[in-house]
Design a binder for this molecule. Structure first.
Ligand code: GLN
Length: 185
């Protein structure tokens, strides 16, 4: 079962992609909802707000505990990727789950006005449609991290063990390849 964290942000678009892939999926708003999920998507949105909501309902500690035990695969997109990082740069950075050994710079491309679309060729997945919306930049990756795609020299899709992080939104354009890959983790 794939859970989509549904406290804030664009969780509905992730649910649409999972439905198109005929995956078993549900929205997660509580610790009880997370039970039975082997996979969790942390969507894009506002990382500071999402972290606060996760902490206040107890999901933060529960997710961290299960992820550290290897009991939960996590895909973080944009704000979700920020929360997965071990180090977050930028003003008013949220707390981090620290599950992926990387440094990420929040809002590194600027404001909403600097949001953009790009199509990228990923060796493993072919051409992937990506939306960058107030996207962060991954500015350092540790040895355990594998970079799966770069854009203008910066990693935009990385993986470490059962964790996957993208600074872009595949779901915003109905792209399915990245979700399909996550389902295999
Ligand atoms: N800039 C947002 C943040 O820092 C992330 C934007 C997004 O998820 N599209 O949380």
């Amino acid at each position: 079962m794939i859970g989509v964290l549904a406290l804030q942000g664009d969780f509905a678009e992730h649910m649409d992609v999972l439905q198109a892939l005929h995956a078993m999926a549900k929205e997660v708003r509580s610790i009880t909802d997370l039970e039975g999920c082997s996979h969790l998507i942390i969507p894009g949105g506002e990382s500071t707000v999402m972290a606060r909501l996760m902490q206040s309902c107890g999901l933060w500690d529960c997710i961290l505990d299960r992820a550290q035990k290897g009991d939960l695969a996590i895909f973080g997109t944009c704000a979700g990727a920020i929360l997965l990082a071990s180090e977050i740069h930028g003003k008013n950075a949220p707390p981090s789950l620290g599950l992926v050994d990387m440094t990420i710079d929040r809002n590194a491309y600027g404001s909403q006005l600097q949001s953009f679309h790009a199509d990228m060729d990923l060796s493993t997945m072919g051409r992937v449609q990506c939306a960058f919306i107030r996207a962060p930049k991954i500015i350092r990756t540790g040895k355990a991290v594998e970079t799966l795609a770069t854009y203008e020299g910066n990693p935009v899709l990385v993986t470490q063990g059962r964790f996957l992080a993208s600074t872009f939104h595949p779901e915003a354009r109905g792209e399915r390849a990245v979700h399909r890959m996550f389902m295999g983790l």
